[in-house]
Write a protein that binds this ligand. Structure first.
Ligand code: PLP
Length: 397
């Protein structure tokens, strides 16, 4: 075998097959509603586009420092400190590494921190890349089941069941992709207290993926994990970026916020792999991060409206279980009651596509094979049509 062992058991995107079917049907002129998008349908801020034009004119397109340009790291530190105001020792720009999206930031962190034998706790349902990245870093993902009673969020009791002396990292994600579930301050504080005080948890690090922080329907401020337990400062790596809140997916800007030793390791890794990220995107990120929150309020309102519209229609499917999302732009549908014997979520998604002409993402790769993920990052007409088709399909099942 010529391939490296580290790729053993690492899955390719499980949705590719479905996407190929969607494209083929569209090519034949079929009227498909695609609710599988994982990215905002809004345009990026105008200020970001203008900043790129300016950077080009001023020839600011050379290599940048590996961890990012100083202005951007400064702004990221400022944003994080505002969300983690309880820290006694606030973050400095030197605690930030800017990477190619939140994805590379998470990958860098795992590569820097784990190796063979290390276990990483991943509460399910999870963003599908977490377990695969853990495997690429030659660690072992340990999936932590959660319950519908707790809105598919992990509790200390859930986590305790999976902890071993080999547990090195816990990955938290709020608001969640794929469920949109969001940890409250108290829920996070309880996990934080356990990590800070329980001898079996005292060496566990946390990756807190906060990439959907700006898309929230709780009516309350966003809760950053460290805000609830500031004493864990040296054990938490906070991930965020510009993809979701600022609708800048293709610009590839994400970052880690971590204590110096971890930041140093991530910096070394990035310096020997990709180097600093695209100079033009960094200029754009500086412009976007300088905008007042009001700039994004309209998008937020639109997401909220679409969420309510979709939920209202989907609730008309009798046996469907839905956790109303409190953030992000996904609705996770529990289709357990509609599955035929032996049918998995991928086969169900294929049946939905063939019969109702709606593309949704199967829950299997997110660790929930009785579910489907739909996205409301799409225009209202398509969303309404897609949800009505799903409702009618389910009521026919
Ligand atoms: N984390 C979660 C939960 C996500 O859903 C995504 C993107 O889908 C990412 C991280 C990475 O986003 P990006 O690499 O575009 O910043």
């Amino acid at each position: 075998m010529i391939l490296a062992k580290r790729l053993n058991g690492v899955s390719e995107s499980a949705t590719l097959k479905l996407n190929a079917a969607v494209q083929a049907m569209k090519a034949k002129g079929e009227d498909i509603v695609n609710l599988s998008a994982g990215e905002p349908d809004f345009a990026p801020p105008k200020a970001a586009i203008e900043a790129v034009e300016k950077a080009l004119r001023e020839n600011k397109s050379k290599y940048t420092p590996v961890p990012g340009i100083p202005e951007l790291r400064e702004l990221v530190a400022k944003k994080t400190n505002a969300q983690q105001s309880s820290l006694k020792n606030p973050w400095k720009s030197s605690d930030i590494v800017v990477s190619n999206g939140g994805k590379q930031a998470i990958f860098n962190t795992l590569m820097a921190l784990i190796g063979p034998g290390d276990e990483v706790l991943v509460p399910a349902p999870y963003w599908l890349s977490y377990p695969e990245m853990v495997k690429l870093a030659e660690g072992t993902p340990v999936i932590v089941p959660t319950t519908h009673e707790n809105k598919l969020l992990a509790t200390v009791a859930d986590l305790k069941k999976k902890v071993t002396p080999k547990t090195k990292i816990l990955i938290l994600n709020s608001p969640s992709n794929p469920t949109g579930a969001t940890y409250s301050f108290d829920q996070y504080a309880e996990i934080g207290k356990w990590l800070a005080t329980d001898p079996t948890a005292k060496n566990i690090l946390v990756i807190s993926d906060e990439i959907y922080d700006q898309i929230l329907f709780t009516g309350k401020p966003f809760v950053s994990f460290l805000q609830t337990t500031p004493e864990l400062r040296d054990r938490v790596i906070t991930i965020n970026g510009m993809s979701k809140g600022a609708a800048m997916t293709g610009w590839r800007i994400g970052w880690t916020v971590a204590t110096s030793a971890i930041t140093q390791a991530i910096n070394t890794l990035q310096g020997q792999s990709t180097s600093g990220i695209c100079a033009l995107s960094q200029a754009a990120a500086v412009a976007a991060l300088t905008l007042p929150p009001a700039e994004f309020a309209a998008n937020q309102k639109t997401y909220h409206h679409r969420r309510d519209l979709a939920l209202e229609i989907l609730r008309q499917a009798e046996k469907l279980k839905v956790v109303p999302p409190e953030g992000a732009f996904y609705i996770f549908l529990n289709i357990g009651a509609y599955l035929k014997p032996g049918e998995d979520s991928l086969s169900f998604a294929e049946r939905l596509l063939a019969d109702a002409k709606v593309a949704a993402v199967p829950g299997g790769p997110f660790g929930a094979d009785d579910s489907l993920r739909i996205s409301f990052a799409t225009d209202e007409t398509s969303l309404k049509k897609g949800c009505e088709r799903i409702r009618d399909f389910l009521n026919r099942c």
